[in-house]
Design a protein around this ligand. Structure first.
Ligand code: ADP
Ligand code: MG
Length: 387
């Protein structure tokens, strides 16, 4: 087990800067997710931790030991990829055994026949078999041990790939989008299996994904990356409820958070699309946007005293509806979460009413995307209106 520390890591491929001074402290035993859009540098960062790629600048330490000069094979980390990279001609048992054979048997002992003459080999093989059996039991793949990868489903292959990584009891697991080859239902199922595996192994997991729902469901902490930088590193709850950057707020959460133009107008405090919000921004910052999650907007009956919302789409998710529309003749889309009862009367093309914004549920952001502190100055609501 080991914590991992990255200090000032930068990476360029030729003239292209891919990572910019990344600092990251991964705690011993935590499930940490690197999440961000494709191309933001997640895999590159993971490969630098693994030692598969060398950084242009900065330092990596594992368990307090600097590993900048340490080869990948000596870092005691296990990597699990999206492509399972199993040996197709070997059985599941042999696939899982391979890393142990390479580590524990010397070249002589690995020979098929002559190896049998080695004095210590039998004891080593017994130990090795016991470790493989234990791994198979944890992953519940005992009945698959004599099959070849070609005879397995995607989920089973992924479990075998995990087994091959686990069997050496590495200091940490590095996983790069390990579920992206699976179909949607299996992906959701494997999330809970991975979270459970993490609990039972109590080993550091560093997990890369572009899928924010994977990050939200599995992580102890998640680092949201964009453009080669970590924008925020906190728990999933904090990322969702207290994003410190508009880009984080927009990347996390489905459907996307609603963003409105906002400004500070003399005497009126914060205005949203020109309408007062009964709130003030404290501290410095050039207010430019406010953002509200779809579950914090409310539809009123059509004759309610709200802002007219022209409905363009009703998305039925069973337990919830997402009502898409736009305010007045404004082009900016708005998405509201509604209960089936609230959605029942809403017809596409009709105009319904949006309840006044509750300032307590509004997040403010500056022109530079940084979060601004908002304090309420009166009644908690304002009517949204385009001017
Ligand atoms: N070996 C390489 N040579 C040149 N550019 C690379 C190389 N590997 C990655 N990149 C570039 O670095 C950026 C980050 O890549 P990557 O770390 O794979 O992103 P992610 O995993 O977040 O999708 C991308 O723009 C990619 O094209
Ligand atoms: Mg990648």
């Amino acid at each position: 087990m080991a914590g991992i520390t990255l200090q000032n890591i930068s990476k360029s491929f030729g003239a292209t800067r891919v990572l910019r001074d990344v600092d990251l402290d991964i705690r011993d035993g935590e499930f940490l997710t690197l999440v961000g859009p494709s191309g933001c540098g997640k895999s590159t960062l993971l490969r630098i931790i693994a030692g598969l790629e060398s950084q242009s600048g900065g330092h990596v330490a594992i368990g307090g030991r600097a590993v900048d000069q340490v080869r990948a094979s000596e870092r005691d980390l296990a990597m699990v990829f999206q492509s399972y990279a199993l040996y197709p001609h070997l059985t599941v048992r042999q696939n899982i055994e391979t890393p142990l054979r390479l580590r524990d048997l010397n070249a002589w002992e690995r020979l098929p026949l002559l190896g049998l003459l080695s004095a210590g080999r039998a004891a080593k093989m017994r130990r090795l078999r016991a470790q493989v059996a234990e791994t198979a039991e944890i992953l519940k793949i005992e009945e698959l041990m004599d099959r070849k990868p070609g005879q397995l489903s995607g989920g089973q292959r992924q479990r075998v790939a995990l087994g091959r990584a686990m069997v050496r009891k590495p200091a940490a697991f590095l996983m790069d989008e390990p579920l992206s080859n699976l179909d949607a239902a299996l992906r959701v199922h494997m999330r809970s299996e991975l979270a459970e595996l993490h609990r039972s192994l109590a080993t550091t997991f560093i997990y890369v994904t572009h899928d924010q729902s994977e990050a939200l469901t599995m992580s102890d902490r998640m680092a949201v990356m964009m453009g080669g930088e970590i924008l925020q590193l906190v728990t999933p709850d904090e990322i969702y409820h207290d994003p410190r950057d508009l880009r984080v707020a927009q990347f996390i959460g489905t459907p996307q958070i609603n963003v409105f133009d906002a400004a500070i107008s003399g005497g009126q405090g914060v205005t949203v699309n020109g309408v007062p919000l009964a709130a003030e921004v404290t501290g410095d910052g050039d207010l430019a946007f406010v953002a509200v999650r779809p579950e914090h907007l409310t539809l009123l009956p059509a004759d309610g005293a709200g802002q007219p919302l022209t409905v363009t789409l009703k998305e039925n998710l069973g337990a919830d509806f997402f009502i898409h529309g736009h305010i007045g003749d404004g082009a900016a889309p708005v998405i509201v979460r509604a209960t089936p009862a609230e959605a029942a009367d809403v017809a596409i093309g009709s105009v319904c009413a949006l309840a006044p914004l509750n300032a307590a549920e509004v997040m403010a952001f500056g022109r530079d995307h940084a979060r601004l502190d908002l304090v309420m100055t009166g009644a908690p609501a304002a009517v949204l209106e385009r001017v």
